[in-house]
Design a protein around this ligand. Sequence first.
Ligand code: AMP
Ligand code: MG
Length: 825
Amino acid sequence: MTQAHSTPRITGVILAGGRGSRMGGQDKGLLEWHGRPLVAYLLEALQPQVDAILINANRNQARYQQYHYPVISDELSDYQGPLAGFAAAMQAAQTDYILTIPCDAPELAADTAARLLAALQGEQAEIAVAHDGERLQPVHALLPVSLLPSLQAFLAKGDRKIDLWYAQHRMASVDFSDCRRMFRNINTPQQQAELAEKIPPSPPFAKGGTEEPRGIESPFEKGGLRGISLPVIGVCAWSGSGKTTLLTEVIPRLKFAGLRLTVIKHGHHNLELDTPGKDSYRFREAGADQVVLASRKRMAMMQECKTQREPELVDVLRLVNRDCADLVLVEGFKHTAIPKIEVYRPSVGKPLLYPNDSHVIALATDDMTLDVPAHVTKLDLNQPDSIAEFILQWRTRQLAPITNTNATIRTAPSCADARDPSSLSITEARSRIMANLQAVAPALKRPLRDALGQVLAQAVISPLNVPNHVNSAMDGYALRSDDLPGDDSRAYRVIGKAFAGQAFSGECGKGECVRIMTGASMPVGTDAVVMQEHTEAGAEGYIRIGTGHRVGQNVRQAGEDIAQGSTVLPAGHRVNPADLAVLASLGIAEVSVIRPLRVAFFSTGDELRSIGETLAEGQVYDSNRYALYGMLQQLNVEILDMGVVRDDPASLETALQQAAATADVVLTSGGVSVGEADYIKGILAKLGQINFWKIAIKPGRPLAFGTLGKALFFGLPGNPVAVMVTFLQFVQPALLKLAGQTDYEPLLLDAICQSRLKKQPGRTEFQRGVVRREAGKLVVDKAGYQGSGVLSSMSKGNCLIILPEETATVELGDVVQVQVFGWSG
Ligand code: AMP
Ligand code: MG
């Protein structure tokens, strides 16, 4: 536990000593909830809160002992109730306090111990007991071990009533009304059935929250991974079959498809990441429960597993950072019920695993003549592309049940709805969009200047060393390092001059030097330059040099900037002005670039008028095409502006078909949310493979995405601010990736927020902000009124303030992430 030494030490006691009479005599601690006994949930929730744990059980001791905590029985026989358990625990505990919790209420709050202790100390009470807002919950209690004599005396009188004993002591009643589900217990088979419906929260169990744990029925919960809403796929094999090699081949391919990957590997017995002597190692040795090593490049979390049992995959998955996990690949954990790809090489001489493991969905083998049953897909181990493709398709299928095109066409998302389970998180939407995008072909050779702003199709390899020759970095005198002055200044004869482009042709010997200018080639024999300012004139034809010079100083080595044969610019890089200069410095006259994307777009809506027309009542000028034009210009794509298309099926169909026939990407705005005259959804559903999503973001909730013939299609919302936000979040990275650019993630900066920002949890919100530097720090204010239709704040602002899904209202001084508009300089 993370308390200072001055705080009292606490033993958590799970009271599992009851008779379970109303449950037909079942041992309640061992009742299963989603595949695990209740006691397991409680151990997990208690462990971070207390210094030690005891399990109080009066039968099935051997089963409880499997958890490697001491199991104690009541001294009093015949199931005398919780007080008997308290007494047994007080006798056994090595700490000042015990925290008692019943075994049949698995959702213990993460701060139970801390809240009880704070109240006990704050109110100077002897004992602290939880209260659910309606009544006392007497077995959720913090009790000092020093009360054992009082308790024993009470029991000796034959008393068993807990409240009567509590009444003898100063008691703090501690409000847990915000956390009532922690008291939801099982006393009857009906309660057991009710609890079975609930999905366990992940530990540390949510603080507060009368709300139910979020229960999106996820396809990943099938394999015993309830509560883990991530696609998880394993690779299993006998050792020596090449699991790791396969994963290392597949990972870059999945990355290329835009997925963020987490890999979990089951390690050997005593996993050591750092070595004796390292600071992190010393912290662990000193007793830290968790050591997190963090640097600019990467972080590692090392957690001591106190239970001594093998970790279960579900435990490990709870550590996974969702920001790095569109897909989890697992090596090891071969007995866990997750979908697996078996790697099989007959030459290893081991039997196949799939006949005994129904979770194997594919067999990757180097013997393609093998016969496999229909439910197992055969994959060629020598074709990592096809294995990656299989995984991608598997993942897409796993995710598919969340969106159902037909069902969502009929849904009417409204911004007023709270996050509903059918909406997608922004991360999920982005990863679905990015997953299968391939850069357009073909590549074109372009003269150097025309390559500005284009994406390189091939890496540029340097034909030369830059600098080409060893040369001077200073104006001064070149001489031999082994001839530099020792303890005293010395005179050197100046034997000639070397200028940039005009080398000195002689050789420089000892006692000699050559006057040299910046950039001039080093004369033969010399390897150091003394700056002009560090010399003095000597006798005619001589200079004097003082002491304190270094071997090889002030000299640029050949290839120091760019070595011949090295990669100057990687494929997928967008050529910027500095790159043009670098390419020119190598004498490169033309480069191979990916052809620019062609993007067609039009606006939909009967109410829209073009500039120059007069507005009648209820009509608006079409602004979306201008926003799209502007943002597309920034991305160097070929733009095809198709104007306004009326909300009429025939015109929409023709426009969509034309757009898809000419462009790589088609964008429309309007008509994807609710609106009686919006026909576009129906026509899109007919012409292409389009998903209609509700995304948990504001603004920009409705979005259509898919393919229209060969073109990629985005149906953006109508609202102009939403158009810009969804473009920046979804369309821009997709266009960059299709254009071949490898670095398509926007740069996010941390800034201190100087406005209070109201926000609903459960969706990602984008507010328009003005970011600037103040006293050396980045600060951000909101840019005026934030209504979804208010374009002017978009134009006043220079960034989007990103408020992630889990964030609630932002207070002054909170750090927020901002995405600076590419066009605000
Ligand atoms: P819709 O999604 O078609 O229902 O449009 C939502 C809102 O955005 C309506 O108030 C539309 O009038 C407005 N809107 C749609 N398209 C445009 C556009 N191209 N320019 C300006 N406002 C638009
Ligand atoms: Mg409309």
